[in-house]
Write a protein that binds this ligand. Structure first.
Ligand code: SAM
Length: 173
């Protein structure tokens, strides 16, 4: 049921817990990584798609560019692109350093090295930052946090949750 204040199929703008950007380490995957991580089919990508904890991934931007139907929610969307960008710049090298320090714990097949991870993730995050202001205005990005989020809205067939420790794909059909 839609309530006053709803903007997109039960996703309520402003119901998020307040996020503290200083405690957030923004790190965004590419759509290609989502496809592998959630084993998304072409049919999944054609469906109305809810990206829970979308963060600075390029998934919304890229799906929108391809004419797909997607909404992403995350508490960090209450901040501006400039603020998120600044936080990315502050934390990026520390993440790469930690990845390098733990490189033996990763399987290096798709990604060749920590530097390669950095290139792919930074390109994805830049695409997100470029898309975010307009997407926010159009309701493709929504400030919101689980579990308040009605992530199983019948308006969405596919719901991808990548919030630790949950990496899950739900389908309502
Ligand atoms: C590891 S990042 C993943 C970002 C993106 N989904 C990806 O895979 O590249 C996790 C994201 O979940 C968001 N997050 C944390 N707690 C959340 C909650 N309770 N509800 C929704 N998003 C949350 C964080 O702000 C962060 O952007």
């Amino acid at each position: 049921m839609r309530r006053p204040g709803d903007n997109t199929c039960g996703i309520r703008k402003g119901e998020a817990v307040a996020a503290n950007l200083e405690k957030v380490v923004p790190w965004g995957r590419s759509l290609a990584e989502y496809v592998r991580m959630f084993d998304l089919s072409a049919d999944d990508l054609e469906s109305r798609f809810l990206d829970c904890g979308g963060g600075p991934a390029n998934v919304n931007a890229e799906m929108h560019r391809r004419g797909r139907n997607i909404v992403s929610c995350d508490p960090i969307y209450e901040f501006s692109a400039a603020d998120i960008s600044k936080r990315i710049d502050e934390t990026f090298h520390a993440i790469l350093k930690a990845t390098e320090a733990n490189r033996n714990n990763f399987v290096w097949t798709e990604m060749k090295s920590p530097e390669h991870v950095g290139e792919i993730r930074m390109a994805a995050m830049r695409q997100f930052l470029d898309d975010f202001p307009l997407g926010l205005a159009h309701g493709r990005y929504v400030v919101g946090a689980l579990p308040a989020r009605r992530a199983s809205s019948p308006c969405f067939r596919i719901s991808a949750k990548s919030i630790r420790p949950t990496f899950r794909l739900s389908s309502t059909s």
